[in-house]
Design a protein around this ligand. Sequence first.
Ligand SMILES: Cc1ncc(COP(=O)(O)O)c(C=O)c1O
Length: 244
Amino acid sequence: MSAARKDHKVLFTPGPTEVAPEILREMARPVIGHRGAEMQEVIRDLVPRLRLLFGTRAGDIFLTACSATGLWEAALRNCVARRALVPVCGAFSERFYEVALACGLEADPLHVEWGKAVPPQAVADMLATGRYDAVALVHNETATGVTNPLSEIAEVVRRQGDVALLVDAVSSLGGIPVECVVRFGDPAKEILRDAEAFGADLIALSTKTSSSLSRAVLGSVAEQVFRKAAPAVVLYRTAREGAG
Ligand SMILES: Cc1ncc(COP(=O)(O)O)c(C=O)c1O
């Protein structure tokens, strides 16, 4: 590779981003045919690794060469039959909404003050009207740097039933690897359900049972998870319990 240009300025923006020299080197190689065996090999190699990045074992991965805006259009045109709800909390989510209108779709914005995250309850309230069959959400609003609470919003959408959730993860995927979720209900059941949904290989729990009497009567969450979990379970005993 030729020496770096003298006027090269290192980019620290969310996008366009600084491109590593090894990627630039790869991109300088001659193109390959997009219908040939060589391309099939590239896709075979890519898909399992993208599954890891997307956190899905079985979900289909579709590769396209278009911009994110093109995928907004594809997602909206294919998934919205009645009306889309688009939480708008910055420049990109505003454009997502405008693209829905430009596609000739019925859509409503859910305006949120720029710099603030989309409240899941506001989405739930709008969905309760029964008017929508899709929610188009920008996970990380690059314009303001605000990350929306995707798992809580996904939970709200899932509860509504037949509503698609179209997520723009342009500036979040790969950069926000861990989703923190809050669940309500039976703790052991919720942990087991999430572990299965994520395809977890290991569940780490701390035991914090307050007294041996309540543990005898109710059983501990850790014990229930330990007995029923498919993946390996690691239990950490808290200092308090160890002392008790
Ligand atoms: C969150 C988000 N969505 C969509 C886009 C638009 O991407 P593209 O220019 O590839 O259409 C961007 C671009 O920075 C973005 O940050």
